[in-house]
Design a protein around this ligand. Structure first.
Ligand code: GUN
Length: 289
């Protein structure tokens, strides 16, 4: 029988740990951590993510600020706002929710964020530190995945790990973390140009699915006893929910689960862990002041 990796439960435990740290900071008369989020436009998924991030901040006792811009905002104005946040001593960490409208360069925006306030861990300085194993801010989703694996005591040393997807924010960084000393997995990254992709995935002891293609991972691609981590969160129209939408993962959960030793659900798997990583990065930033 497979075990569910309950990201919601683990995230809630970590939030309690963070809330305790915030209480200690308050008691010691120190500054309360402050996370700011910039949201451009009104993409449905982004709205939900940012609203949840703000809610998380309240739960652990952080201060939070949401800054909204219409989708017509110029790159210059957005870069100016980033400069303001870089220079605001009250803000410990901030994020710019992605994706951005096509006329704004995501790379320029990410590079404009002060690496010391980069709660998402997306800045090239933080990515570089991660690659060579220096301490810095780890990218939120990859850190969340690694923390789930650790807290469930899932063995990674010498295991065959296949990461599906090579995005800058999930696939590529998680492949680096898993191959590092301490995690010691043998990692293969597969993507849209990979030949014999099914055969490669079928050999995996651990599958990290991060391509954003609903139910891409099918029953015949998964080895008996594999660990499956589903990072996909595609928002589809649904009549089953009050909101009219539901989140679907990259794994065909219903048919795949019975073959796994461990599997993450969507929602309630990796998503809550991503949000907790942001809190962790902000707490570290606040403590550095
Ligand atoms: N869009 C999807 N995931 C993320 C994330 O982790 N951070 C930001 N800033 N945008 C995202």
């Amino acid at each position: 029988m497979y075990k569910i990796i309950d990201g919601k439960k683990v995230a809630s435990e970590i939030k309690k740990e963070i809330a305790e740290e915030v209480r200690k900071l308050k008691t010691a008369g120190k500054k309360i951590p402050h996370l700011a989020a910039i949201l451009v436009g009104n993409d449905g998924s982004s709205e939900t993510y940012v609203a949840n991030k703000v809610k998380d901040c309240e739960e652990v006792g952080f201060k939070s600020t949401l800054i909204r811009f219409g989708s017509g905002i110029t790159e210059t104005v957005l870069l100016e706002k980033i400069a303001d946040l870089n220079n605001d001593p009250d803000v410990d960490g901030f994020i710019v929710q992605l994706p951005l409208p096509a006329h704004i360069s995501e790379n320029k925006v990410i590079e404009a964020i002060d690496p010391r306030k980069d709660a998402d861990g997306f800045h090239p300085v933080n990515i570089g530190k991660m690659v060579i194993g220096l301490s810095g801010y780890l990218p939120a989703t990859p850190y969340g995945i690694v923390e789930l694996i650790r807290r469930y005591c899932i063995e990674t040393s010498g295991k065959n790990c296949v990461v599906i997807g090579r995005s800058n924010i999930v696939g590529r960084p998680v492949s680096i973390l898993l191959s590092q000393k301490g995690m010691d997995a043998t990692v293969t990254v597969v993507h849209s140009r990979t030949k014999n992709i099914k055969d490669i995935i079928r050999k995996a002891d651990i599958i990290i699915a991060a391509i954003g293609s609903p139910a891409f991972v099918k029953e015949d691609m998964v080895k008996e006893g594999a660990v499956v981590i589903d990072v996909g969160t595609t928002r589809i129209i649904s009549h089953e929910t009050r909101s009219g939408f539901k989140l679907v993962g990259d794994v065909d959960f219903e048919r795949v689960a019975h073959k796994c030793s461990y599997i993450t659900p969507v929602p309630g798997g990796v998503g809550p862990m991503t949000r907790v990583s942001l809190l962790r990065n902000t707490l570290i930033a606040a403590k550095k002041d």
